[in-house]
Design a protein around this ligand. Structure first.
Ligand code: NAP
Length: 283
């Protein structure tokens, strides 16, 4: 029986997951089809119930469903519970377990694309939405020593900082105001754009969350946005002499984690990267 996998989201214009996941399934000879499942919020709960079928291995989840999905599974992987969002569900004999693979996918992407080792380093995270939650959690677990979270809606940054605080890790929470950013950005070893600023088709697709003069040439700058491969934030960071990487590595590695959970096999990540059209890889 051909097994089913897919990605839920709405809208689902830019998803590259069906492309690279299908390539990986094919490369390992796994009889499964990975589809795009555009699903409106009002239809999402019923669609998740459909994952319990015998022929379904599970799914990926993207916005706007990552938080709603928490309530729809039978069990949560502990990091997913701490992060407060899931992007992967595994179906085992009709029982659904939720995972957040954005967090390990981000750390692996950071290490493999720019060789950044977070332990003992300082970080500035721009954004406080779903992606930022996974990234802040991942960096905390990887041993970052100091962190500031900056968000357009400052209260959301405060909530995220509070949620992720523990004994020796208490992030500062600020707005995107230039004067506040100036206290952190020039001194950060790592700056991550986890806002949707710079994302093609978004409301701020030509904007960067950070003025270029605040970016240090010593920083590593990572953009979670992967369409386009070079965003205004990365362009400015490169101009400042910083080491830069776009979000494609996070996308592939979060998918690789999911692949292993669904199939029990290590994902062929080279096949996954090769499946991405060169224009979207920034080649
Ligand atoms: P989200 O939960 O909707 O959060 C959006 C974030 O962007 C919030 O912090 C929001 O600030 C901020 N924002 C949006 N428009 C803004 C504007 N005009 N000016 C300033 N801030 C603005 O979305 P998400 O899931 O976190 O995704 C964020 C980005 O990460 C997206 O581009 C997504 O494609 C990307 N992403 C990439 C991967 C990957 O694998 N590479 C994985 C997940 C997400 P407010 O709180 O003030 O609204």
């Amino acid at each position: 029986m051909t097994k089913r996998l897919g990605i839920f989201g709405y809208p689902l214009h830019h998803s590259l997951s069906p492309l690279f996941q299908q390539a990986a399934l094919g490369a390992l000879g796994i009889d499964a089809k990975f589809e795009g499942w555009p699903t409106k919020p009002e239809d999402f709960a019923q669609a998740v119930e459909g994952l319990r079928a015998d022929d379904c291995l599970g799914c990926c989840i993207t916005q706007p469903h990552k938080e709603a999905a928490l309530e729809l599974v039978d069990e949560l992987d502990p990091p997913a519970e701490a992060i407060g969002a899931i992007n992967t569900i595994v179906n085992t004999d009709g029982r659904l377990k939720g995972y957040n693979t954005d967090a390990p996918g981000f750390i692996r992407g950071l290490r493999e694309s720019v060789g950044f080792e977070p332990e003992g380093r300082s970080a500035l995270i721009l954004g406080a939405g779903g992606a930022a939650r996974g990234i802040v959690y991942a960096l905390r677990e990887a041993g970052v020593s100091r962190m500031a979270i900056a968000n357009r809606t400052e209260e959301r940054a405060q909530t995220l900082a509070r949620d992720m605080s523990r004994a020796r890790f208490r992030p500062d929470a600020i707005s995107l105001d230039v004067d506040q950013l100036a206290n952190f950005a020039p001194y950060a070893d790592l700056i991550v754009n986890a806002t949707s600023m710079g994302m093609r088709g978004g409301s701020a697709d030509e904007e960067s969350p950070l003025p270029p003069e605040l970016i240090s040439g010593n920083a590593v700058c990572y953009d979670a946005v992967y369409v386009p491969p070079v965003t205004p934030f990365l362009e400015a960071s490169e101009g400042a002499g910083a080491q830069v990487a776009g979000g494609l590595s996070m996308l592939i590695y979060q998918g690789a984690e999911g692949f292993k959970l669904w199939t029990g096999q290590d994902a062929p990540v080279d096949v996954m990267f090769d499946a991405i059209p060169p224009t979207m890889r920034g080649d």
